[in-house]
Design a protein around this ligand. Structure first.
Ligand code: SAH
Ligand code: SF4
Ligand code: F3S
Length: 450
């Protein structure tokens, strides 16, 4: 078996010989973007994407390790391919993504069905890895490239109307619950000039909206000293892109300068902000190593609404972090009343390997975690239904993204709501005015204004 340090240069153009590739993707937008990159690289080697694993000669599971459940899914998915592999000796199975970076060679030792393991930092080595795997070698390429600059170009096969653009990789924050710094390595930013060129090239291919991606986009720092607020402003002013979104923000690095840039460029920078809080209690936040208090977070949210009264916030919450008392949990409940979130992503705390919080001795019982989660989700559902009533009768600007099956089209409003309209597919790629007549927390329905 070979470990990283792949050095062979192989002309990759016909290694695939038209064979099928199936990639299943778990986790966040980073993984979605990485899967697209892998598929682009494989198409360049004359593989073709297939929609079902039994048509494939290469199966890649792009895994997520953020909580225990997604990791279990990887193990059970590999298990489902056992029979297929016995019937088709040509079939090669690989694991990519955060479980690959976390487990490395252990993954292949534990599950011998796996032919290759490719870490989050090794995606661009995929052609070499696949060439060797097709020759019967078992490959593990999961080393972090800490010393290398972050130079990539966005790779999308059919970019469509809206696409993701990585601006940073990795994370240096080490929140005590989170595995990401261990699975994505140290934080690196792409050079500013590369991003301007990348976005302009996407615009030339018909893209109208980009979502800038990073674990903590707010700590973007280019080689020439451009910070995140300045990057947004310059992308808005110096490229032909119509709409800019970004995710994820870290509240501790969400600056007044950024709020100012957003407020001044609302025609281009969308007013939807995902601002993960995790807990409404300052002591819990300190034990999470989040770097802000409840009061500082609330003050930031208020500053956002003051500068942009139409801003929309969403957040992430963790219930049952080690040591979280009933009273501390009530602070999370009260935060829901204080900050108007139109959407939340809430999960039970899940101990992760290598993280500090997994070693905390005051773990909360699962039943308590789940009861708290249910309360958060139930209360938030009521709040969200009330909040979105305001959209009834409003006229929103919707970028049309695709046709849906029954003569309707779907797009997204500036607030990041999915909007369904009766209309023609010829409107795809256009920004249209829509009067809303039905509002739910994530989806709106409306009529096109001519
Ligand atoms: N970089 C982002 C979050 C990325 S992970 C940020 O700092 O906000 C996405 C979300 O998964 C987190 O916001 C958190 O709510 C959740 N999460 C991460 N680790 C978790 C764990 N161990 N248990 C439960 N939820 C977790
Ligand atoms: Fe994880 Fe914290 Fe980094 Fe977000 S900022 S990816 S929660 S360590
Ligand atoms: Fe999961 Fe890795 Fe994303 S752990 S959430 S796929 S960064």
């Amino acid at each position: 078996m070979q470990t990283s340090g792949l050095t062979t240069t192989i002309s990759p153009t016909d290694i695939g010989q038209g064979d099928g590739v199936y990639i299943s993707t778990y986790g966040c937008q980073m993984n979605e973007n990485d899967s697209e990159r892998m598929m682009t690289l494989l198409e360049m080697m004359n593989f073709r994407p297939v929609t079902s694993p039994d048509q494939a000669s290469i199966i890649i599971i792009n895994s997520c390790s953020i909580r225990e459940k997604p990791v279990h899914k990887v193990h059970s998915e590999v298990g489902r391919y056992r029979k297929m592999k016995a019937l088709n000796p040509k079939l090669k199975i690989g694991v990519a993504g955060c479980v690959a970076s976390q487990e490395k060679d252990k993954l292949k030792r534990d599950i011998p069905l796996i032919d290759f393991v490719i870490g989050t930092d090794a995606i661009d080595k995929l052609p070499e890895v696949i060439a060797k795997v097709r020759q019967g070698e078992g490959i593990i390429s999961a080393r972090f490239e800490h010393s290398q600059p972050y130079h990539i170009e966005t790779m999308v096969r059919n970019p469509g109307v809206s696409t993701f653009v990585n601006i940073t990789k990795g994370c240096d924050n080490f929140c005590t619950f989170c595995v990401v710094p261990f699975t994505r390595g140290r934080e690196r930013s792409r050079p500013f000039k590369h991003l301007i060129d990348d976005v302009n090239k996407l615009v030339d291919r018909g893209v109208r909206e980009v979502t800038l991606l990073g674990q903590n986009v707010n700590s973007y720092t280019s080689d020439c000293g451009v910070n995140f607020a300045q990057l947004l402003k310059r992308l808005a002013r110096e490229t032909g892109i119509s709409r800019i979104r970004y995710t994820t923000s870290h509240p501790k690095d969400f600056t007044d300068e950024l709020i100012g840039v957003m407020a001044e460029n609302q025609d281009k920078i969308m007013e939807y902000i995902h601002l993960p809080v995790q807990s409404g209690n300052s002591e819990v936040l300190a034990r999470m190593n989040r770097g802000y208090t409840r009061e500082e977070y609330v003050a930031k949210a208020q500053a956002i609404f003051k500068a942009m009264p139409n801003a929309v916030l969403s957040t992430d919450l963790i219930t049952g972090f080690p040591g979280e008392t009933d009273a501390q949990f009530e602070d999370t409940m009260s935060l829901l009343e204080e900050v108007p979130y139109e959407n939340i992503f809430a999960f039970n705390y899940s101990p992760r390997p290598m993280t500090k919080a997994a070693k905390f001795t005051d773990q909360v019982p699962d039943l308590v975690k789940s009861a708290r989660l249910t309360r958060v989700l139930d209360r938030h559902r009521e709040i969200a239904f009330d909040l979105v009533k305001k959209y009834d009768g409003q006229v929103l600007k919707v970028l049309v993204e695709k046709a849906v099956d029954d003569g309707r089209i779907q797009g997204r409003s500036t607030q990041n709501k999915s909007v369904y309209i009766t209309g023609d597919a010829a409107l795809i790629g256009q920004i249209v005015d829509v009067r809303i007549n039905e509002s739910r927390p994530l989806t709106l329905k409306g009529d096109l204004l001519q």
